[in-house]
Design a protein around this ligand. Structure first.
Ligand code: AMP
Length: 370
């Protein structure tokens, strides 16, 4: 029987299969990148007709709680990863007993819970907004003494794109905000009057080597990422600080794979971690067209135990998400110069749904003013 140490060094050769939990656009772009390396992908998703099925070798439609289906999936793939961070911790743990799961279920478990995540970040010596865990009314009433007001109340688990959060401006708004979140376990965070939102996508290989993409700037609309500007216009000090943060977190988690680190740049110029994504990240989509090795290929390399690719940028880029019926513009966008159109092949263009993205490329240093 193979030891756990041998399993942790397992390399997937061309022809091997990477199992991906989750079938959305991230899984789709992972599978497309894997194909370039001669690797196959299998997708596990509870949703019939998932976007990633169209470009993968095979797929399995089953619930994340279906232990028999999970065991069958694990037996048929060489290594397992995810494109979706809300995979139940039990699911990841069960799979890890059968196959190498990268990144580890430990990192996933910490990052799934905003309180555990921010506690971990602080312990690693990295700044966050002041925060307090809230799971009863007394804790809620006391929390502003730590966070100050205004503050943001967020559900500890399962929040994304601004869902599951409420702004709290005065103490009187605390209880109504918590009720609106169905009194779920929450975190109250001090409101950061940030100058900009930045992020950094980085990867760590099974040999512990780290590769960081450029620091980028993100602009949101209605809490959904609209545009990523690559690279962020930032001082060498800020760029170095962001890299140090990513490197520290990757090492602290003994992480294998790509991680996205969302940052607030404060008015004073410092960086605070807002959130970690234990997967490829929307703010890294520009790397498909502006780097030799994209974040998707980088993640496939890392989880397959390959050497990481060079994350260097050969062009500057502006990535814009196509939400809802904006995808109908595919023909007009496809006719534009230096523009890569990415269509996720999803059927139902609901308002706000990520249906695709476009990346506009510029020669290095020649991106127009932001
Ligand atoms: P999150 O789901 O934590 O990434 O939050 C979604 C968005 O809400 C962020 O991208 C910010 O624009 C905003 N936000 C979240 N937390 C804070 C905070 N503590 N202070 C100010 N803005 C925040």
């Amino acid at each position: 029987m193979k030891t756990m140490a041998a399993e942790s060094m397992r390399v997937v050769r061309p022809g091997g299969t990477i199992g991906i939990l989750g079938g959305g656009q991230l899984g789709r772009m992972l599978a497309m990148a894997a194909a370039r390396l001669g690797l196959k992908c299998a997708i596990y998703s509870p949703e019939d007709g998932s976007s990633a099925f169209q470009v993968s070798d095979w797929h399995l439609v089953a619930a994340y709680e279906d232990h028999a289906a999970l065991a069958d999936f694990a037996r048929r793939v060489d290594v397992i990863t995810y494109e979706f961070e809300n995979v139940p911790a039990d699911t990841a743990a069960l799979l890890a007993r059968l196959r190498a799961v990268r990144p580890s279920p430990l990192a996933l478990g910490v990052i799934q819970d905003r309180v555990a995540e921010k506690t971990f970040v602080r312990k690693a010596g990295i700044g966050t907004a002041p925060f307090v865990a809230v799971d009863n009314e007394a804790a809620l009433a006391d929390a502003p003494a730590v966070t100050g007001l205004p503050a943001v109340l967020k559900t500890a688990r399962f929040g994304y794109d601004g869902k599951g959060q409420r702004m709290v401006r005065t103490a009187r708004e605390l209880v109504p905000a918590w009720e609106a979140l169905h009194r779920a376990p929450c975190i109250l965070e001090g409101f950061v009057a940030f100058r900009r939102e930045l992020s950094l996508v980085a990867a760590r290989g099974i040999d512990g080597r780290v590769a960081c993409y450029d620091l980028v700037e993100n602009r949101h609309e209605n809490h959904i990422l609209r545009t990523t500007l690559a690279p962020a216009r930032a001082s060498a000090r800020t760029r170095g600080e962001a890299r140090r943060i990513a490197e520290t977190l990757l090492a602290a988690f003994d992480y294998v794979g790509v991680m996205g680190v969302e940052l607030f740049e404060t008015e004073a110029g410092g960086l605070l971690v807002n959130e970690i994504a234990p997967r490829v990240h929307n703010s890294g989509h520009w790397t498909i067209d502006a780097c030799t090795v994209s974040q998707f290929e980088q993640h496939m390399r890392a989880v397959a135990g390959w050497p990481l690719g060079d994350p260097v940028r050969h062009s500057d880029a502006v990535m814009t998400n196509l939400l809802g019926d904006e995808i109908e513009r595919w023909q007009e966008l496809a006719a534009q110069p230096s523009t890569a159109v990415h269509h996720y092949g999803k059927g139902d263009a609901r308002a706000g749904r990520k249906m695709g993205h476009v990346t506009r490329l510029y020669p290095l240093g020649l991106r127009p003013a932001d």
